[in-house]
Unconditional design. Structure first.
Length: 154
């Protein structure tokens, strides 16, 4: 779990700094997940890790089509959701989006208090530069650690 959290922390740094989640880090996390599940539970556990991750990936691909989530965020959600059983995945997803909402509300309040709320309104071309998107890697990492502390990885 420590290795996965370190890799997720590196994705957070990349997401916050460059607004991109590198595919190399996602593939490294996926490879580590396969190795972990193969060593822990054999081929059957590895199969279910892949199924859980793919289910999450396919479901959130719909959100990518309407531009509600980025591709890196969806891949990160899929890789990390695979570590949990289906019941825990719902808690993980709820906490991920809950932490993202809190992050956005905090930033929105900060921008409003700084007096910059009116001048950035309505610009869709410069969404990323003006901070109108939420970097999801941080909330996903916080949700992952929270769910692991509650019930552990399976």
């Amino acid at each position: 779990m420590v290795t996965l959290c370190l890799l997720a922390a590196m994705t957070c740094l990349s997401d916050y700094r460059f607004r991109r989640i590198p595919n190399g880090l996602i593939l490294l996390m996926l490879f580590w997940g396969f190795v972990y599940h193969l060593a822990k539970g054999g081929p059957e556990d590895t199969f279910w890790y892949a199924v859980r991750g793919l289910c999450c990936l396919l479901f959130f691909s719909l959100f990518f089509l309407i531009r509600a989530l980025g591709a890196g965020d969806i891949k990160l959600l899929g890789v990390m959701a695979g570590f949990f059983h289906f019941e825990q995945i719902l808690v993980f997803l709820f906490l991920s989006f809950g932490f993202a909402l809190l992050s956005y509300l905090f930033r929105l309040g900060f921008v409003y208090c700084a007096g910059k709320g009116e001048e950035n309104a309505g610009e869709t071309d410069k969404r990323k530069k003006n901070g109108k998107t939420v970097c999801m890697a941080g909330p996903i990492l916080m949700a992952f650690v929270t769910v692991c502390c509650r019930g552990g990885m399976r």
